[in-house]
Each structure stands twice: as C-alpha cells, then as structure tokens.
Design a protein around this ligand. Structure first.
Ligand SMILES: [Zn+2]
Length: 599
C-alpha cells in the first residue's frame, strides 16, 4: 500500500491508516487495489483535513472488524459517513473534538452492519400486514391464528397470510376445508413459507374460477382430490397465480409506508445492506418508484442491490432492463447490475430437480428443472456478456450442477474471472460438485434458517429425499472446506429476517428451542467468526462493494452495529437473547434501542 499518499492533505489518520492497515484482507485483483485507493482519496476529499475531529466516536468496546489482518479493536471514529479510525482507546481520543458525539461502549461488541445477501424486500414489506404463520406447527394453531387475524380485520375484503409449513398438515398439503373452518365469509389465501405453494379457501377458489374442469397452467398444478377430481385448495408453483392475480394489491402510498416499516424493522435487526433476489420487469415498474422515492427522501436506510428476474423464453428484456438500470443506479445506496433465474423449485413440493428420484414417492421422478440446460447456459452467458452478475436459484442437486455448468459456460465464453456468479440456496449437492465453487469462483448464497431442524425439516424435507442426500443438506461447512465463498441471508419473508436467529442456526444447527440437543448434522455448522463474515464482508464481496463496506477499516463507509452481548465470550445460546442496541448506516443512527443512551 506504499505510495498511497493523498496529495495536499496533511492527513494524519488517513495516511497512517493506509500505511499501517492491510485493507480488505488478501488483495485478489487489480480492481480491488484501484478501488481501495479511490476510497481513500475520496475520503480525504470528502471530509476535509484528516486531523479534523470525528463526528462520532464509539469507544471502550470489543470491536470485531471482519478484517483478517487485524480482527479486534476497541474504538471506531466516524466522520462524514466514513470510518476514519479503528484502533485502541488512546488513539481514538485524538479524534475527539468539542462537538464529537461519543458512544461509551462499556465493553459491548461492535461488528460491521449486517448484509442480508438474499431477501425479497417488497414481499417482506407486504407481509407485514398479513397473518404470519411461520412458527406454527399444528393445523389447530394455524387455524386459530388465522381466525383471530380475520376477526381483527373485519373490513378486509380478503384474509391474507403467509408462512405455513408443509409439515403442519397430514399428507404435507393443506385443504380448503381446513381454511373454510377458519374463514368462511370472505376469500382467504395463505402463501406457503417458501412462496412455491398456496392454500385457498372455497370462496377464493370460486373467485379465481378454479373448478374440477380447470386445466393445470404451464409450470403449475392444481392439487385435486384423487377420488372426486375436485380442487383440494392447495396450489403448486404457477397455479398459485390463478388466485394471487385476483388479490387486490395495496396502492402505491400504502406500499411505500410498508416499505418504510420494513426498512425500520431491518435496521432494528442490525441490517444495513440487502441484496434483493429479484423482481420481474413488470414488478419493477410498480416497485422501483417506491425505492427511488425512499432514496430521494433520504429514507432508504438499508443499502439495496437489486436483481431483475429472467425466465425461460424471457431473457433479453430482463437483461436489457438490468443493464440499463445498472447505469442509473450505481450505489452506494441503490444499486442494480444483476439478473436472477430459477433453475428449479423446492424439495418440499417435489419441484426441485434431483439427480436421483425422490425417496418418498418415486412417482415424482427426479423433479423437472425449469430450464433446458442449453437455454440456461445461453441465458447466463448473455447476461454475462452484458456485464451483469447472475444469481441462480438451485435447490436440488441436479439444479445445482446445471447452475455450475451455466456459470462455467459463461466463464468459458467471456473469460471474465471476476464475475462473482452466484447460486442461491444449494439445499442439496452431489459430492463431486463441492470443489467447483472455488474452481469457478462461484459464490454459494445460503440462508441458515432454511436448515432450521423443525418438524417440517424432518417430516417433509428429509423424508422426501432420504437420509443419504439429507446428510449433505445445507452443507455450509463442506463448502467452506472446499474453499468456496459463502454468503448468508434470510430469504425474508420466507423466514424471519432476524439475523440473530440465522446466526444461531448457522453455529448450532438447532431450533430456537434448542432441538435436537446435539444439533442437526452439526458437522455442517460453521464457527461464529465465519458466520459473521458471511453476514458482512463476504456479502459485500458478492455485491462488488468489499472495498467500500463490510468490514471496519479507515476509509470504509460507517455501517456498524452495537450488540447487547459479547457473542465471542458466551455459549451460542447467548445469540438468541442478543439485542441490537445501535445501528449506524453511513455514520447515521438508523436504529437505537430504547434505554441505550443517545450520543
Ligand atoms: Zn428467495
């Protein structure tokens, strides 16, 4: 880093920081070196003389920086939205001026702000006004919760909810009679937690015109009673749209208010960045103006990287849209530059593409991928040629292999070895495919709470694919051991966006109630430090922003959190009682727990 002097600036901390810090761990390529230099120069220019006092000083804590070379410090100083100092308490004192606001950490743990690398922000926002069934495990509890919600919302034309688990229902799927028993006076519709199946009551089926005679739509199935042929109320994949298209959508203003609520919720969970796993061009028409408005009004308090969905037969338009938006929104708060495709569905509904047939019922065969392999290779290569990053949803081991093949095809075609291609979920994987993540530079994007070892996992997920494949379920540690780069997220609203819940599952492989006692396939758990890296600096790498954020180092954007517990000093169970006391985004306080003193 020598030679990185800032012309004309008598910049004590910036220059000394540049000289004494190994920034962003191992420098892997030229682009990173250049952008690091740009960050440092940018800081000196943006915040004036480097010996000016800090705006904000957090001192006397345990600061985990996510920097390989220097993981621990005691204090952080912030000026102009950037970090200007990370180090010990006495060094920090030099950054204190008469107007510097000071946070006395009293030994509290500070980490970089969390990056939820796979989220559906607008769906999450909309879910805030729907009945939440995520933690319910029996039909009776699910029904009771829906009944109470309906009673509390007597004027809603529809009763909407989400989050039911396949494992709650005998046979793995709910019926309209079960929902009629909770809501009979209005249409009611409940989305499954994974978003791949739906559950309608009789009124909703009638409103959507779904009868015995209705044909299955392409890529979907209306589940039918084997004896009578009548629709049961369960809908799979594309068939969900038959009902969902009839649900009145909240207006733009209402959705905007929900978006702001969602941002506040994420900030309260310590989240300062998200990577949004996809909108179709049509959805973007509706939702992008809301994101742009929040940006304009200074209310976008979570940095967003947004991908555009492509699907078989619909590649060119999404690629063109993503490429055009990448020129308009380059960050640092709102950023485009990626497309996303779904290679398959989910294991619970037997729609994930497997290399071998399903174990519970061979009539499902191996499941069917959404794409022909050649078409997927061509789509990924086309996006790569347009300079876009590609996310591929792949859950079955066959889909994961197809996704790796497609990333490899793009690499061969264009030779860009810094494309940071991603595969989302990777719930199952063949042994032979682990080393390919490292070899191809493909990022494994996984969501710890998807491995939550609850009844749904045991009775449906593991049951459907059998113990041998389940033993490589959500195999984070195997991917790490094979040298693959792993990033963590929630997939909210599929599961909660609460980072502490995800972190606990990542290190313990247990439910929040501590079951099973030794953890589910505990050999696939990761260390606390690894898990935190996957929620911070690794996520920043995935959005090409690791030179700008994701760790605590001079020159980086001041996104950080103060936690109530020192996770490194306590057993994993402490994670579950940990609260986020303070969240800073760009040096600005975007969340403060009541009772934690304001600086
Ligand atoms: Zn998702």
């Amino acid at each position: 880093m020598e030679g990185l002097t800032v012309p004309g600036a008598s910049s004590y901390s910036i220059v000394s920081a540049a000289a004494s810090w190994t920034i962003i761990g191992p420098v892997t390529n030229k682009r990173m070196l250049v952008s690091t230099a740009a960050v440092l120069l940018g800081v000196a220019a943006a915040v004036g003389p480097a010996d000016a006092p800090a705006d904000l000083l957090l001192t006397g804590g345990r600061v985990w920086t996510a920097e390989m070379a220097r993981p621990w410090a005691e204090a952080v100083a912030v000026r102009g939205g950037r970090i200007v100092y990370v180090g010990d308490v006495s060094g920090a004192a030099r950054h204190r001026g008469p107007k510097t606001r000071v946070v006395a950490l009293n030994g509290r743990l500070v980490t970089p702000g969390f990056d939820d690398a796979h989220i559906h922000l607008m769906s999450g926002a909309l879910s805030l006004e729907r009945v939440d069934l995520i933690e319910d495990e029996s039909v009776a509890t699910v029904q009771a919760r829906i009944r109470a919600f309906a009673a509390a919302h007597p004027s809603s034309a529809w009763v909407l909810g989400r989050g039911w688990l396949y494992g709650s229902f005998p046979g793995g799927l709910p019926t309209r009679a079960q929902l009629d028993a909770a809501v009979a006076d209005r249409p009611a519709y409940m989305e499954c937690y994974d978003g791949h199946s739906g559950w309608a009551n009789s009124k909703a089926l009638a409103l959507a015109g779904i009868t015995k005679e209705t044909k299955d739509p392409v890529g979907g199935a209306i589940v039918r009673d084997p004896a009578t042929g009548e629709p049961t109320g369960a809908l799979k994949e594309a068939a969900t749209a038959l009902v969902e298209s009839k649900i009145p959508r909240p207006g733009a203003e209402e959705r905007y208010q929900l978006l702001l609520r969602a941002l506040r919720l994420l900030n309260s969970q310590g989240i300062t960045s998200v990577q949004d796993a996809g909108y179709s061009p049509k959805e973007l028409d509706a939702e992008l103006p809301l994101m742009e408005r929040a940006l304009r009004e200074g209310k976008l308090t979570v940095r967003m990287t947004v991908s555009v969905q492509m699907s078989p037969g619909d590649v060119d338009a999404p690629v063109a849209r993503a490429a055009a938006l990448a020129k308009v929104h380059k960050g640092p708060v709102l950023r485009f530059g990626a497309v996303k495709g779904f290679v398959d569905g989910v294991i619970e509904a037997h729609t994930a593409a497997m290399l071998q047939p399903y174990s519970d019922d061979p009539s499902f065969g191996t499941g069917k991928p959404n794409w022909e392999p050649a078409a997927l290779d061509a789509a990924v290569t086309a996006a790569d040629t347009a300079g876009l990053q590609v996310y591929l949803h792949a859950i079955g081991d066959r889909a994961v292999r197809m996704a790796l093949d497609a990333h490899e095809a793009a690499l061969r075609a264009n030779g860009n070895d810094d494309r940071r291609g991603r595969i989302e979920h990777i719930e199952t994987i063949a042994l032979a495919d682990y080393p390919r993540f490292r070899a191809l530079g493909v990022i494994a994007s996984m969501q710890p709470l998807h491995a939550n070892p609850d009844q749904n996992n045991a009775d449906v997920w593991s049951h459907n694919i059998g113990p041998e494949r389940a033993s490589r379920g959500f195999s984070w540690r195997n991917i790490e051991k094979a040298g693959g780069r792993l990033i963590f997220g929630s997939d909210w609203p599929v599961v909660t966006s609460d980072v502490m819940r995800g972190l606990y599952c990542a290190v313990a492989r247990k439910t929040k109630d501590g079951t099973p006692p030794g953890g589910w396939h505990p050999e696939q758990a990761v260390s606390l430090e690894s898990a935190l890296r996957h929620y911070t600096i690794d996520g920043a790498y995935a959005s090409f922003e690791d030179a700008e954020k994701g760790s605590l180092a001079p020159g980086k954007r001041a996104d950080l959190v103060v936690l109530s517990e020192d996770l490194f000093a306590q057993p994993p169970e402490a994670i579950l009682k940990t609260r986020v006391l303070l969240t800073l985004m760009e040096g600005r306080i975007v969340h403060r727990t009541e009772g934690f003193p304001a600086p």
